[in-house]
Design a protein around this ligand. Sequence first.
Ligand SMILES: Nc1ncnc2c1ncn2[C@@H]1O[C@H](COP(=O)(O)OP(=O)(O)OP(=O)(O)O)[C@@H](O)[C@H]1O
Ligand SMILES: [Mg+2]
Length: 463
Amino acid sequence: MAFSNKLSESFGKAIEQSPYVALDPIVKYNYSPKGKNLIFGRAPAAEEPSDLLYLGKVFETATGTSLLGADAWLDTKFPHVIYITGTRGSGKSMDLGIIIEGLARLNEPSPVQQNITPVATFLIDTQSQFWTLRFPPQGDASRTQLSELTDWNLQANGLADAAVFVPKGATKFLGDEKELTLRPRDVLHEEWCALLGQEVYGPQGHLLAEILEKLDGEDFSLDDMVRLLREGRLSASVAESSRNVVIYRLTDYSRTGLFDPNGINIQDLLVGGRCNIFMLRDLRDDDKALVTAILARQLFIVMGRYHQQRRVSDFFGKDKPDREFPSRVWLLVDEAHVVCPNSGASPAREALVEYVKRGRDAGLSLVLATQQPSAVDDRVLSQVNLSLSHRLTFQSDINAAIGRIPTKTLSGLRIGGTKLSDFGDILRLVGAGQCFVGDHATSRTILVQMRPRVTAHGGQSPI
Ligand SMILES: Nc1ncnc2c1ncn2[C@@H]1O[C@H](COP(=O)(O)OP(=O)(O)OP(=O)(O)O)[C@@H](O)[C@H]1O
Ligand SMILES: [Mg+2]
């Protein structure tokens, strides 16, 4: 079972035939023909396969060598920036679940993990649907999933350590949800300005800069900020009306309960095998972006410092850092166009750009999923090294998605008696749960049927 060198020990016979015949040969790929294992995201074939998570099976035959039915794996050792695109209901959230199941600690050992050292994962759950990761599939809605698992030779499972965070006031239906509050000290000046709708270099921006300077190093609250403004002992000479704008906006925020001087401390969430799920559906889009910004930046700071200390102590033979963290961290964002849009102000953009540009040394991976590939920030997307492309219909989205596939797209596909030679037309055709996987190490995108989830999926349409 699992990553095997013997053909007989595969993941069932779920995929034995496919209507899709790819017309381009695959000239370069990371493959072990004996066990029919295809690895994405890693350049040279490893002798002892490790740190691999199971994605699914190749779902195309080809005119040259056919990989149909081969097991597709994702390397988790190298920090990735993964872009998942597709229309509604095409399987994006399912993919996020599949990735987390491969990275987190599970209740029972599972062949979907091949020598994985469980890492810490952080999931921005904009639809509040991923709490189900904790549980095996159950109920009427899961009947199909359970029979698919049998076909794939997989057992139902659950995450062993999944913390669910909800904003203050949100309904707690699991009972042990943690309240999500942010520390005002973690919000940067330009983020306050974006959040309160003020110009960084305008009078209000100036006031905010001065307040933050005065409170620097303290665990302050929004009330402390308002108090400083009311006391009027700030040097910036701004009109009363400008000052009031900031006071009103901060007071409004104070009522949302999103901020607390004792809010979440990222270091406490960095536990190997733990999945931290942030269920943000009840928040405004700006606040979803702010939560993402703070997480991304704190992860970047804490993990960057940690790996730097490790490298230095290793080099000089000194003691290891006082506090141990998992060496790798994944941040996954569903509905990425909401928190990291291409246009308009978003507090998350700068933080995510820095995370992807400089996060490799800090062991940081990012996964972005979106229905609107043309609406996600270009600077973040320029770092994508692996893509999962599901069905798309609008030409503008197709163009944007294709532009971010880090390898060649398929130039021809035969289905039945019809030959398609436009990749956009090919993308319009694939079914839910099927996607083209593209990475630097493979000479062209390959069609994969993603495996069923071993934990419950919370994104079904109502029955
Ligand atoms: N790997 C898979 N195996 C089997 N069925 C799948 C798979 N992926 C997706 N599906 C089917 O497609 C449905 C929708 O999947 P999912 O919730 O992941 O879509 P989505 O792309 O996230 O949609 P939205 O953009 O609306 O959030 C699932 O409920 C399931 O029925
Ligand atoms: Mg979804």
